[in-house]
Ligand binder design. Structure first.
Ligand code: PGA
Length: 251
């Protein structure tokens, strides 16, 4: 399948001028490139500024609230994101879990809301360094998947993309080996098959994220069998980001 490459800009860049420059450079860099689906997830405030119609890019949000509208100061609803042309929403990123105390229960509500608004959720899961050392990776992944996907129907699960992001690898340069990634990938699929069916598990798109760069990107696709990547830091450098995309295309 065509690899799915998601750029998570996080809280960057700090001005609209820079954001437009970055978006346009990526868009130009992708001219003539086939066989890659690229999703840009900028901060909310820049979303309305990006036209994806004439580019090969799709838009995604980095978060979404679980209600459609109402008295929820400071929140942004999935319908609002849809209206701005978003097709995807990253949910449960480890930075949201850590700095904004998002629990699996909250993330589960957000997944439901995002699917109802006809956006595709990208559910992030992953263990901390301490959990990895204690060999708790599988336990953590299982719990995050089971709680995150609670009451999500088989039909809805088909719309969900999962991103395996070991927290110890995010923004650290200490990336996950393809062997470790392959193991986690297979385990995630096993958990989904236990909740739903083998067929559903087989068809689920699973991404890898955590210190991805143009050097290691291909190993996650071709060795660890991920269907795409969630790229943070390297997505802020248009040359590096386009190189990542070029390196993971299937011939
Ligand atoms: P990183 O971030 O590529 O900078 O490690 C990935 C992520 O947080 O999604």
């Amino acid at each position: 399948m065509t690899p799915l490459i998601v750029a998570n800009w996080k809280m960057n860049p700090t001005t609209l001028v820079e954001a437009k420059r970055l978006f346009n450079s990526v868009s130009r860099g992708l001219k003539g490139i086939k066989n890659a689906e690229v999703i840009i997830c900028p901060p909310f405030v820049y979303l309305s500024q990006f036209q994806t119609k004439k580019t090969k890019l799709y838009l995604g949000a980095q978060n979404a609230f679980w209600k459609e509208k109402g008295a929820y100061t400071g929140e942004v609803s999935p319908s609002m994101l849809k209206d701005l042309g978003c097709q995807y929403a990253i949910l449960g990123h480890s930075e949201r879990r850590r700095y904004f105390s998002e629990t699996d229960e909250v993330i589960n509500k957000k997944i439901e809301a995002v699917i109802s608004a006809k956006l595709k959720p990208i559910l992030c899961i992953g263990e901390t360094g301490v959990e990895q050392k204690r060999e708790l990776t599988q336990e953590i992944l299982k719990s995050q998947i089971e709680k995150g996907l609670k009451k999500i129907t088989k039909k809805e699960v088909k719309k969900i993309i999962i991103a395996y992001e070991p927290i110890w690898a995010i923004g650290t340069g200490r990336f996950c080996s393809p062997e470790e990634g392959k193991k986690a990938n297979a385990f995630i699929r096993k958990v989904i098959s236990q909740i739903h069916s083998q067929k559903t598990a087989k068809n689920t798109i699973i991404l890898y994220g955590g210190s991805v760069n143009s050097q290691n990107a291909a190993s996650y696709i071709f060795e660890a069998n991920f269907q795409g990547l969630l790229v943070g830091g390297a997505s802020l450098d248009p040359q590096e980001f386009v190189k990542i995309i070029k390196n993971v295309r299937r011939p």
